[in-house]
Design a protein around this ligand. Structure first.
Ligand SMILES: C[S@@+](CC[C@H](N)C(=O)[O-])C[C@H]1O[C@@H](n2cnc3c(N)ncnc32)[C@H](O)[C@@H]1O
Length: 245
């Protein structure tokens, strides 16, 4: 599949970026945050985000979690993972390579669930489509019954993606002591940022609701103008639930 990066435009924010893709002999422009469009064509998300733009978030999270599990003498095989903003399963696939084998996906985008089943059949034992703050009782009951001891959220926080309330609601489904691993744009952790995550993460760590084990700065991917996008990966253990107020 051929992709091309448009002539760099100045000051495009990360959620305004787009890429040109040749599908069935036609070139079309696809916005990188138009997930429904990206997931609709098999292989397109991987080709654009991982090959062309060199995304590293799933690998970084898998490596950090693997090291922390080893340090705690916990087995990856024992994890029951809630994958928030699961997409078509790239993060879960990276975790499966360190031995994790039980995943439930949650994503607001119906096309993501379809693509996960199509591209990574059998990876998720269950996949919920919807907003976790507004689930049907039957979906909420299914999530609760899984008794998750791990939650991951890779490359899905902030922008018009996952807001703090959704992150916290998913966090609530994880048992105390469970592992929590996520990546977030570095700017969203700077005091006073508008995403709401800098205050939230700081408070969760400060109050002890989240026991931070490791934090690593890394390049999530390159942007369409070739510059590096700085992110932070955090791995910790849930010690208690947390609410926004
Ligand atoms: C950049 S993709 C990351 C997908 C996957 N975690 C990965 O690493 O490849 C972000 C995902 O977050 C999902 N998302 C955005 N807002 C969401 C919300 N409020 N609740 C759940 N998922 C959401 C999008 O649909 C998309 O699949």
């Amino acid at each position: 599949m051929r992709v091309a990066i448009p002539e760099p435009e100045s000051d495009l924010s990360q959620d305004e970026e787009s890429i040109l893709v040749e599908v069935d002999d036609e070139w079309k422009e696809v916005r990188l945050h138009d997930y429904a469009e990206l997931y609709a064509t098999p292989g397109l998300y991987e080709r654009v985000v991982y090959d062309a733009l060199r995304c590293q978030s799933p690998t970084v999270v898998a490596e950090l979690l693997d090291a922390e599990l080893a340090r705690a003498d916990d087995a990856a095989e024992d994890l029951r993972v809630l994958d928030l903003g699961a997409g078509n399963g790239c993060a879960a696939e990276a975790l499966s390579e360190i031995g994790v084998n039980e995943f439930v996906g949650v994503d607001i985008c119906r096309e993501a669930a379809f693509a996960a089943g199509r591209d990574r059949a059998g990876l998720y034992s269950h996949y919920v489509v919807g907003d976790v703050t507004d689930l049907q009782d039957s979906d909420a009951d299914k999530l609760r019954a899984r008794d998750f001891n791990c939650m991951v959220c890779v490359a899905a926080l902030g922008f018009s993606d996952i807001p703090p309330a959704v992150f916290l609601e998913a966090y609530d489904y994880v048992q105390d002591g469970g592992w929590v691993a996520f990546t977030i744009k570095s700017d969203f952790l700077v005091a006073g940022d508008g995403s709401g995550f800098s205050g939230l993460v700081r408070t969760m760590i400060g109050t002890g609701a989240l026991e931070l084990k490791v934090e690593k700065k890394f390049t999530h991917r390159i942007s369409t103008d070739g510059s590096a996008l700085p992110y932070v990966a955090l791995v910790g253990r849930k010690r208690s639930s947390h609410s926004l107020d």
